[in-house]
Design a protein around this ligand. Structure first.
Ligand code: GLC
Length: 453
């Protein structure tokens, strides 16, 4: 049977379909049918919903963000000497994975090598052996990471930056092709090591494929040959999900940063990644303010009601440690997810399209979860009718909620204690609706975003 071609969409069409401020990265990637995973192979990831991202490396010593080497033009010898100070003696990677569990993550993505070139494993392919194994720490943090994840039943994601500032050829790939080729060789060798030496990897999360800090990951595909690269990666891990940032279109879309998520359900697999702190930097910065709990919960809810995954970044210091504010906030979210996780994990967005800042919905099986962000405003809303009938409506604590089916739609009346106060006490009021039949959500679509405006 001939494979159906996905619908093609430009940026303007995407924006008009979603009425959304979503900023997907790396659109218009190369395509290759043999790399496309069938939807059922992505189900575990879409059900997982919550992931934890970890940025840690030599830059964590300086505390000025992971771009410090480049932004401050730190000379190579000076920056590289720092690598011998990354010796976190009283630290085990397991501590991060324990935190990820408490936070409620079902998968983690650890930076194995960022743009500065420092590899956190025993990498033979590393140019000049700039690795945590060959330098003072003499540790393979990727090994410790995958072992800790497996022990904890955590799905394993690895972040890898294709580019590396140490190569002058990165900044001038056409003028210095031989040097650029060395960087490309390192990329292929290191991706092979990561995908073949650590057992099954669940997610390969690329970054930094744009060349000379120009264009995008996809405009540099002529250089990286991402289809070839990912065929090699998949030869070791046939079911691994791959993000779109190598220049191949990838298995899911990425939205990056702390901007709010508004608009309609996005009917494709997608993930928002952002920081638990201010988002000024992904790597450790002292006194980086931790974001407000209610704001974070509402962000997560806004993402999940629109069908996305939420990947939240932490930035440990050079000793691998996190402040109490950060661990406290992560655990606080975890406590919320312990209570309300049924309305998040394993769900899809819908069946109702969200109304920005007022409500959204998720569903699984015969249950719909209404996530109400503004109970007062919600009382004025009439929900569009469904074919399915509501059998029972209640808050998570069991309090029944009144439902009225009117000719123009459904009206749900919340208890007065939730609507009578000017200030909300809960970041998200959830009503669980038991339906007569299996819910029909907003169907996924196969869309190829061309990246054109
Ligand atoms: C951006 C930044 C990079 C960071 C990444 C996380 O690409 O340049 O430093 O690691 O976002 O998604």
């Amino acid at each position: 049977m001939e494979k159906k071609k996905p619908k093609e969409m430009t940026g303007a069409e995407l924006a008009s379909m979603l009425k959304s401020n979503i900023q997907f990265k790396s659109l218009g990637g190369m395509r290759s049918d043999d790399l496309t995973l069938p939807p059922e192979d992505k189900d575990w990831w879409r059900d997982a919903k919550i992931g934890m991202f970890i940025h840690w490396g030599v830059y964590s010593i300086l505390g000025r963000g992971e771009w410090a080497r480049f932004n401050e033009k730190i000379p190579k010898e000076i920056y590289e000497a720092l690598a011998d100070e990354l010796i976190p003696e009283h630290f085990q990677v397991r501590e991060w994975i324990d935190l990820a569990k408490d936070f409620g993550a079902k998968y983690t993505v650890m930076v194995a090598r960022h743009h500065d070139g420092f590899a956190l494993w025993n990498s033979e392919g590393s140019y000049e052996h700039f690795t945590s194994w060959h330098r003072a720490a003499h540790r393979d943090f990727v090994r410790e990471y995958v072992d800790a994840c497996r022990e904890a039943g955590m799905k394993i994601g690895i972040y890898y930056s294709t580019m590396d500032w140490r190569f002058p050829g990165y900044f001038d790939p056409k003028g210095l092709p031989e040097n650029a080729a060395l960087m490309k060789k390192q990329c292929y060798d290191q991706v092979r090591e990561l995908c073949s030496q650590y057992g099954p990897i669940d997610i390969l999360w690329y970054d930094g494929s744009w060349l000379a800090h120009q264009g995008s990951d996809t405009s540099s595909a002529w250089f990286w040959e991402p289809v070839k690269l990912n065929r090699m990666a998949r030869s070791f891990n046939p079911k691994m999900l791959i993000n779109p940032r190598s220049g191949w279109e990838g298995d899911f879309y990425c939205d990056e940063g702390s901007h709010e998520i508004k608009g309609k359900i996005i009917p494709v697999p997608w993930e928002k990644n952002m920081c638990v702190c201010s988002g000024c930097s992904w790597g450790w910065m002292p006194d980086d303010p931790v974001s407000d709990f209610d704001w974070l919960i509402r962000m997560m809810v806004n993402v999940v009601c629109r069908g996305g995954n939420w990947l939240l970044n932490i930035a440990p210091d050079k000793n691998g440690k996190l402040s109490e504010e950060v661990t406290g906030r992560m655990r606080q979210i975890g406590v919320w997810l312990k209570t309300y996780g049924d309305s998040i994990y394993g769900t899809r967005g819908g069946p109702w399209q969200p109304v920005d800042d007022v409500y959204g919905s998720t569903w699984k099986g015969n249950t719909i979860y209404l996530h109400i962000l503004d109970p007062k405003a919600f009382q004025r809303e009439i929900l569009p009718k469904l074919e399915n009938e509501i059998e029972e409506a209640a808050l998570f604590d069991g309090t029944a909620v009144a439902v009225e089916e009117r000719p123009e739609g459904i009206r749900i009346t919340l208890p007065e204690r939730l609507t009578g106060k000017p200030e909300m006490e809960e970041p998200d009021v959830i009503v669980r609706l038991k339906m007569k039949q299996e819910v029909k959500g907003v169907e996924d679509r196969e869309i190829y975003f061309t990246g054109k405006e």
